[in-house]
Design a protein around this ligand. Structure first.
Ligand SMILES: N[C@@H](CCSCCCCC(=O)O)C(=O)O
Ligand SMILES: [Zn+2]
Length: 368
């Protein structure tokens, strides 16, 4: 990999984190694209980068206006998952994703990162060499487009994430690694604190979790990772990009994927922006300094992170200009009480649905 001009850019992500900066990543892409009619549930592939680039560009804008300091190129599952979906060439999709994110990142002075995710071939017992070849193909495109750093995300098995981190580390760029695991272990039973050590030893500079499980469980997973690093005398920054849905009733292997509501009836479980305020504060107190979200995390959730940390960050998101305390014209008292943050943080929102269960039982899966 040739050295890239990103080194000459203003501070790198590691310099900014090492200087104590709080960084905000972006939110969920693939499941949002499904809701907007640009992706197919079950395939979850990002051909929209080629088919409707404006849709991806628009979502990047939404997150940047909501406070994201970092935008991820929409390259999730732009690997052999695309072959299975038979929806366009891998290189074409990765190339387009990088062109789109660079254009928007430049407009908002955001950093941008190419991302790797779990492959089909690994799940079918593919060799390390074959799996890493898929990762290398994508990494080469990210380097050619001069990404500011690189992310390995949404890995449920630590070993595959290590293979991805090793490939990304070859580029000389900073590497962030995010697993979709519980506070107990990865999918194969590797304890979460051990996963943290293995990711850092593989070369990850920032580690954390994204997606799949109930957000408070994901925060416990980050806490466990932190414990593991401290026990091993290792250092890495912590990242936290939780699911945007409540799912304490999900199973501890496949998380929200096994819920009866997945993927077309998750709306009642949507986090409110106020849930995100509370989660963000807890994560900040734990020592997380790279925030963001995953599936179900929309621009207004990213804005909630930005607003919760406004004092600590000293910046206000562009879209916060539209976000004012709500003055109800029909409040119960005549003095039009302002529905301020305290009101919302104390509210227990109803679902509005007759017979709405609080919990459902995960569909029986063989791995339960
Ligand atoms: N940064 C990525 C992460 C996606 S995590 C996708 C989970 C899809 C559900 C499944 O695996 O079936 C994105 O937001 O698209
Ligand atoms: Zn996700």
């Amino acid at each position: 990999y040739s050295s890239s001009s990103s080194e000459v850019r203003s501070q790198t992500i590691l310099e900014r984190l090492n200087a104590g900066e709080i960084l905000i990543g972006d939110g969920g892409y693939i499941t949002e694209m499904e809701r907007r009619g640009y992706a197919t549930a079950g395939l979850w592939t990002p051909e929209v980068n080629v088919e409707h680039p404006h849709a991806v560009e628009g979502l990047h804008h939404e997150f940047a206006r909501a406070g994201s300091d970092i935008l991820q190129a929409f390259t999730f599952y732009a690997n052999d998952n695309l072959d299975r979906a038979q929806t366009g060439g891998r290189n074409e999709v990765n190339e387009s994703a990088c062109r789109i994110v660079k254009k928007v990142a430049a407009q908002y002075n955001c950093l941008w990162a190419g991302g790797l995710s779990t492959t089909i071939i690994y799940g079918h017992g593919g060799s390390k060499q074959d799996v890493q070849q898929y990762f290398r193909e994508q990494a080469e495109i990210f380097v050619r487009h001069d990404s500011d750093f690189l992310i390995a995300e949404y890995f449920h098995i630590c070993e595959e994430a290590e293979w991805a981190v090793e490939v990304l580390k070859e580029t000389g760029k900073s590497v962030l690694a995010s697993l979709c695991i519980t506070s107990q272990s990865d999918y194969k039973g590797v304890p979460t604190d051990e996963c943290a050590v293995r990711l850092v030893k593989a070369g990850a500079d920032v580690i954390g979790v994204n997606c799949k499980f109930d957000p408070p469980e994901s925060l416990k997973a980050v806490a466990k990772m932190k414990e593991g690093l401290e026990k091993a005398g290792l250092k890495a920054h912590l990242m936290f990009q939780p699911l945007g849905f409540h799912c304490p009733d999900a199973d501890n292997k496949n998380g929200y994927l096994t819920l009866p509501e997945f993927p077309y009836a998750l709306e009642p479980r949507q986090l409110t922006r106020w849930d995100v305020h509370k989660l963000t504060r807890s994560a900040y107190d734990l020592g997380v300094r790279y925030f963001g979200g995953c599936c179900g995390f929309k621009a207004y959730h990213i804005r909630a992170i930005s607003e919760e940390l406004e004092k600590e960050r000293g910046t206000k998101a562009a879209s916060s200009g539209k976000h004012k305390p709500f003055k109800s014209l029909f409040s119960s008292t005549l003095n039009h009480v302002e529905r301020n943050e305290e009101y919302w943080l104390n509210l227990k929102p109803a679902s509005g649905r007759l017979f709405c269960p609080s919990y459902t039982k995960p569909l029986n899966t063989k791995n339960q």
